[in-house]
Design a protein around this ligand. Structure first.
Ligand code: SD4
Length: 306
């Protein structure tokens, strides 16, 4: 469906990221380029949960996960990538320049370096260093709902712009093409080697241009359990609106988790091929940013189940 370009993304950090994407979309650019440029803004910022400034794993090492998908089922992903500033761009290179979809760990880093990405110093940001030292005092893995880290990092400007989460972004360009991206340092103080949903096509992100696109944020393990983003797209295929599909997927998570649902956050965002957008969260506190020609700085509080 050709129409009005738009981009949506997770959390309040999505506002700045959307503007990065909008620069591409507003000039008639491709959704794929927009979702890469958009989340690069967040990867560059000092965010607790995205990019090299993110919180480390329990060994004190920052490991990054990212994936990207276009309107033709092309997709690329990197996981447990260390010392590279823009994992989303490496994911795109995996998609465009390798016969594979996913590269992990050392191999992903080797590929990134061979592609000309600089190898950054293995060093925590001052905020991450502080959070890690604090975490070491108890060494307990206890993610906090809406700040998917076991240590909080309220070091950002008023409004907490720096203490939110994984960015997942979905865009539709003027030609009606959908694409999505997702990038994260994962759950803070995770076990070494742990992957969440964010680099997994079908869990953290899924795009079917004939139906719609969806992406997730929150407790990755529980997104993977229901193959989250793919589930949302399949529910849209059955006729549900983006919001209804996100809600039905959240209800599935809640059913599976039972009493434990209150201890986690899971959130989905979605866009339909017709250009409708929606979101739904398990708990209160999830917002998503929307940007189109009418409204370049809109933050919407998602409805929630519990
Ligand atoms: C993960 N889903 O690694 C990510 C974390 C996240 O908001 O989304 N935080 O499980």
């Amino acid at each position: 469906v050709a129409g009005k370009p738009q981009v949506i993304s997770t959390w309040d950090t999505g506002l700045a990221a959307n503007l990065g994407a909008w620069k591409v979309l507003s000039k008639g650019g491709r959704a794929l380029d927009a979702v890469e440029a958009g989340v690069m803004v967040t990867e560059d910022s000092q965010n607790c949960c995205v990019g090299l400034g993110g919180n480390p794993d329990r060994e004190g090492i920052v490991t990054l996960d990212a994936c990207i998908m276009d309107d033709q089922f092309n997709c690329g992903s990197v996981a447990a990538l260390e010392r590279i500033k823009h994992p989303i761009s490496v994911a795109r290179r995996v998609m465009e320049r390798t016969p594979h979809v996913m590269l992990v760990g050392e191999g992903a880093q080797q590929f990134a370096v061979a592609q000309g990405f600089p190898l950054e110093a293995q060093k925590l940001s001052p905020d991450a260093e502080k959070a890690y030292k604090e975490w070491l005092k108890t060494s307990q893995y206890k993610p906090v709902v809406n700040i998917e880290n076991s240590g909080t990092r309220n070091t950002g400007p008023v409004g907490g712009a720096n203490n939110h989460d994984t960015i997942a972004m979905l865009a539709q360009d003027v030609q009606g093409r959908l694409s999505g991206s997702c990038t994260t340092s994962g759950m803070g103080f995770k076990m070494r080697g742990r992957l969440g949903d964010s680099p997994l096509i079908g869990s953290g992100l899924f795009v079917d241009n004939a139906v719609g696109a969806a992406a997730a944020t929150g407790q990755g393990e529980d997104v993977i359990r229901i193959a989250g983003a793919h589930t949302v797209v399949e529910l849209m295929r059955q006729g549900m609106s983006p919001k209804a599909a996100c809600k039905a997927a959240i209800e599935r998570v809640a059913r599976i988790k039972g009493d434990k649902a209150k201890d986690i956050q899971v959130c989905f965002i979605a866009i339909s091929a017709q250009g409708q957008h929606g979101a739904f969260a398990l708990q209160k506190g999830f917002s998503y940013a929307v940007c189109d020609a009418q409204n370049q700085q809109q933050l919407i509080q998602a409805e929630y189940l519990l």
